[in-house]
Design a protein around this ligand. Structure first.
Ligand SMILES: [Zn+2]
Length: 414
């Protein structure tokens, strides 16, 4: 195993992307979409109605507002803001998940026409995209979690994520292996389906950013889905893993039962981790309203980790319209032209499309529905439109920040 250098440039890139998004969002004549608080459940979405029965197929009209990242201007601003930063980057190593800032900026800065051509003819060249939300989304150009002696895929067919998600997982497991070479394999449950979308029995796991993971156990108790207790849990390895996730990757949150949090937090305190920092990341015995590690029912047997994907989410926002136009995704709302027949009513069309009658009426400016007239029907799809990317800076422990420069061994570097 060869130690690989961890680059933190996506974090810097995101900070710049956020500045650009904020600037564009606040531009005159544009309303800034509401920020989505971490952990806010996505609204329920109607079942996929790619083609609503009774509604004729025709070229869809996209009348939805452009998102801040979905404009060439915003991307160009992002490009000029970010490119100089590439000069400070350490020499890039060649690896499956390494891309220079310039290469990423080039992807993100394609104009609408180029994007459209790429989606139609060379989708793979756009890289991994996490589109929509974890509870109503899609995964484009998913990457399969590779095989390794350091982890075990419980259901390999459901082990697809974005490049970033796969890289983050291998990085965090690699950090544990580096510290404890004799660890049992990490058990990896569901990530996403290859194309994302609904995955039973979960509400999330749809956009390549969610993963169910086992805990590290004492050797004789190592088994997928075993409840973590003071007798079964390997606190040192589990803490090493959680710490690596939080400090070396972009984690939105980790679901972990309170009782397991107690064991892990107590261990971290016992080895001298900073108490304030622990209070900021654990929900257990903390007043922080926004902990990363949260209790949710059912997470005594496994952890659920949701990553932020600075690159895959930015590309997902940027490409949403092109993906919808080419029907790679079924967008949240698409606008379908319809030739009215005698006896049609807005209420009837609305029922077929799975939306409110008033929505159809408003879309057509309240004009009477006459036979022979073409009207536009908004049809519900299942990939939610997202307008902004909000990745907070990593919550690092106090003291000299060696974390970003930490050399971690990734088993993928073999
Ligand atoms: Zn899960």
């Amino acid at each position: 195993m060869r130690p690989g250098r961890f680059h933190n440039w996506p974090q810097r890139l995101t900070a710049t992307a956020l500045a650009v998004v904020a600037a564009v969002s606040c531009a005159p004549g544009r309303t800034a979409p509401p920020a989505v608080a971490p952990g806010t459940p996505a609204p329920a979405v109607a079942p996929n109605k790619a083609v609503a029965p009774g509604i004729e197929e025709a070229a869809p009209v996209d009348a939805s507002p452009a998102s801040p990242l979905a404009s060439a201007d915003a991307s160009a601003a992002l490009a000029s803001a970010v490119v100089p930063a590439s000069a400070e980057l350490p020499p890039e190593e060649n690896g499956p998940f390494v891309e220079t800032v310039d290469e990423f900026v080039e992807r993100l800065s394609l104009d609408e026409k180029e994007l459209s051509v790429r989606v139609a003819q060379d989708l793979g060249s756009l890289g991994s995209m996490s589109v929509g939300k974890p509870n109503g989304g899609a995964l484009i150009n998913g990457v399969h979690m590779p095989e390794s002696e350091h982890w075990q895929l419980i259901i390999p067919q459901l082990a697809w994520g974005t490049e970033e998600t796969i890289h983050y997982l291998t990085t965090a497991i690699g950090a544990v292996v580096e510290q404890f070479p004799d660890s049992h394999p990490m058990f990896i449950g569901h990530l996403s389906r290859q194309e994302g979308g609904p995955l039973r029995p979960h509400r999330s796991h749809q956009s390549g950013r969610d993963v169910d993971l086992g805990y590290y156990y004492v050797p004789e108790r190592a088994e997928w889905y075993r409840p973590a207790t003071k007798h079964t849990l390997d606190r040192a390895r589990t803490w090493a893993f959680v710490k690596a996730l939080i400090t070396l990757t972009d984690v939105e949150y980790i679901f972990m039962s309170t009782r397991v949090q107690m064991l892990v937090k107590e261990y971290a305190l016992s080895i001298g981790e900073d108490a304030d920092w622990l209070n900021s990341i654990f929900e257990f015995r903390s007043r922080n309203p926004e902990p990363i590690i949260r209790h949710t029912w059912g997470h005594r047997t496994h952890m659920h980790v949701r990553f932020y994907n600075p690159k895959a989410q930015a590309m997902g926002i940027r490409s949403y319209d092109a993906l919808a136009r080419h029907r790679v995704i079924s967008p949240q709302v698409r606008f379908q032209p319809y030739l009215a027949k005698p006896g049609d009513s807005y209420a009837q069309l609305a029922q077929l499309a799975g939306v409110q009658a008033k929505t159809v009426e408003d879309t057509n400016a309240g004009r009477p529905l006459l036979a022979g007239r073409v009207v536009v029907v908004p049809v519900r799809g299942d990939v939610v439109r997202v307008d902004r990317l909000d990745v907070p800076v990593r919550r690092l422990p106090p003291g000299p920040s060696t974390t970003h420069a930490t050399v971690v061994a990734s088993p993928l570097d073999n």
